[in-house]
Design a protein around this ligand. Structure first.
Ligand SMILES: Nc1ncnc2c1ncn2[C@@H]1O[C@H](COP(=O)(O)OP(=O)(O)OP(=O)(O)O)[C@@H](O)[C@H]1O
Ligand SMILES: [Mg+2]
Length: 243
């Protein structure tokens, strides 16, 4: 049986700086996992490295549904079923959401489901007013996150990594994003939510919480870890990692 995502001893360096120091992470199909950790611990880097961003020297293994990602381009990883929702969605003047989703559909002729997913996700997230506008240009922080969720719904990946999809959102929007992730939950998808706050986890169920410190996962357990961290912070883990 293969997992949605399997990461083994993943390391990433830029020059002499080792940012990921041996990440092990397994997300079965059908599950939603949260990764929490202090600023600068490597959470976004993990997401970028998995997606194939080329800035890093990478060692270790990563698999999507049993398929080895090593040597694959960003495009190949997306086709293998990996989706990354960015912490800081980029603005792309001249490219609308409609253009992007049309291009996604046309470059995946073997997947006839795009039209239906575009219509359904657009309605669910009330994306109509945003679809013809340039990607993320002039959108509020919350609207950008909603665009990311829209693309996730349209892309229909095997693994979705949502990097701080809850940051900068008002309370209703956090609930909405949580509900969207819940609605997408399926036996064909594994989700990784990178977050700083247990708040979003109150509105959705997560199967596991992982604590990332100094470039690796130092603790994994149930959702109770998130509440615990809210009280205790990361000092104890950081001291242990430094020692
Ligand atoms: N291109 C780069 N060049 C140099 N250092 C980098 C680069 N990318 C990331 N880093 C460093 O790697 C570390 C991890 O960064 P990363 O963005 O992964 O942290 P994070 O856990 O996502 O933090 P946050 O919670 O603040 O989003 C940081 O110290 C960052 O400065
Ligand atoms: Mg980050």
């Amino acid at each position: 049986m293969s997992y949605a995502l399997e990461v083994r001893n993943l390391r990433a360096r830029i020059g002499d700086l080792e940012i990921l120091t041996g990440v092990d992470l397994t997300v079965p199909f059908g599950e939603v996992h949260a990764v929490m950790g202090p600023n600068g611990s490597g959470k976004s880097t993990l997401s970028h490295v998995l997606m194939g961003k080329s800035d890093y020297n990478v060692e270790g293994d990563a698999f999507i549904d049993g398929v080895d990602l090593s040597g694959m381009t960003v495009d190949q990883r997306a086709r293998a079923g990996l989706f990354e929702a960015f912490q800081y969605p980029i603005e792309v003047p001249g490219v609308s959401l409609d253009l992007l989703t049309t291009a996604m559909a046309e470059s995946n002729p073997e997947d006839p489901g795009f039209g239906g997913r575009i219509a359904a996700t657009s309605e669910r997230l009330s994306m109509e007013p945003f679809r013809s506008r340039a990607l993320n240009v002039g959108l509020s922080g919350g609207e950008k996150k909603r665009s990311e969720m829209y693309l996730l719904g349209v892309a229909n990946p095997k693994v979705a990594i949502l990097d701080e999809i809850d940051s900068g959102l008002d309370i209703d929007a956090v609930r909405e994003v949580a509900a969207m992730v819940e609605a997408l939950r399926s036996e064909d998808l594994g989700v990784v939510i990178i977050t700083h706050y247990s708040r979003i986890l109150r509105y959705m169920s997560v199967d596991k919480v992982h604590v990332m410190v100094a470039g690796k996962i130092v603790r994994s357990g149930g959702p109770e870890i998130a509440e615990e961290l809210e009280g205790s912070g990361y000092t104890e883990y950081q001291v242990a990692a430094a020692g």
